[in-house]
Ligand binder design. Structure first.
Ligand code: MG
Ligand code: MG
Length: 265
């Protein structure tokens, strides 16, 4: 069942999502060569707890950390480790927070130092496709309209769309109905109604679309061809006047700049 949120609930979700954005901005300040992904995770967890939030990912189906940190060919669900970021890496940081009973979920892919122009185009296209998907999230349209918009935008620019992972409804639980694929057919899927809250999260590959799930750690999802992959995510509410973006990249982009998608100085 797809739940529709009241105006009050949507405001509570905005609080959770703005905390996610603020946490990602704290992470952004510390993304540089030599920092370990574990250090980034630790500072995010501390920030969330200091602000009375609950790190939503920690303990979710046994996930060990507050952040999913996915470097280069890792698509999503990377586990923070002693890996030190280096010049030319891209790093997707996905964060979830629960506060006052409601969830926030948002992700941003950062460039570390000088990144290959093709990879930078991947980042830019993936972030733009998120907003293309959001623009299609109109009351009376269907989930497939969002999916189709993202797929068309990315494929026309020469990139591929991961099929095995999708966006999702969100509310008092991080993962609610419906699924929000980044590929699909116009006019298909559940009807978009005012009060629906969904996380839209394109996962886009530079090479082929196939991914592999790490059997050893049970979490890490990699591009099968080991080429770079990007991921951006916003939580939005469907409203009569158009999508209301509940999460925000504003604080992140105060740190890294908006173009081309976050290049730390
Ligand atoms: Mg997420
Ligand atoms: Mg999500």
């Amino acid at each position: 069942m797809i739940s529709l949120k009241t105006d009050e609930e949507i405001e509570l979700m905005r609080v959770a999502n703005l905390m996610v954005g603020a946490t990602l901005a704290e992470v952004a300040k510390n993304i540089k060569t030599g920092v370990t992904t574990r250090q980034l995770d630790k500072l995010a967890e501390t920030y969330i707890l200091d602000n009375k939030g609950v790190p939503l990912f920690k303990g979710y189906n046994g996930f060990p950390n507050a952040l999913c940190i996915s470097v280069n060919e890792v698509v999503v669900h990377g586990i923070p480790s002693d890996y030190q970021l280096k010049d030319g890496d891209i790093v997707s940081v996905d964060c979830g927070v629960k506060i006052n009973g409601y969830c926030g979920d948002s992700a941003y892919t950062f460039a570390v130092g000088e990144v290959d122009p093709k990879v930078r185009k991947l980042l830019q296209t993936t972030k733009e496709s998120l907003y293309v998907g959001i623009a299609a999230a109109v009351e009376g349209k269907r989930i497939g309209d969002i999916s189709h918009a993202i797929q068309t935008y990315c494929q026309s620019r020469g990139f591929t769309v991961v099929r095995d992972l999708v966006g999702h409804g969100i509310g008092t639980e991080m993962h609610e109905e419906p699924e929000v694929p980044n590929f699909g057919t116009k006019g298909s899927g559940p009807l978009l109604k005012s009060g629906m809250c969904i996380a839209i999260e394109p996962m886009i590959n530079l090479g082929k679309k196939k991914v592999q799930f790490d059997k050893k750690d049970g979490w890490t999802v990699r591009a099968a061809d080991r080429r770079p992959s990007a991921h951006y995510e916003h939580t939005i509410a469907i409203r009569p006047e158009g999508a209301d973006i509940l999460s925000s990249f504003e604080l992140i982009e105060k740190v890294v700049g908006a173009n081309p998608c976050g290049l730390p100085k």
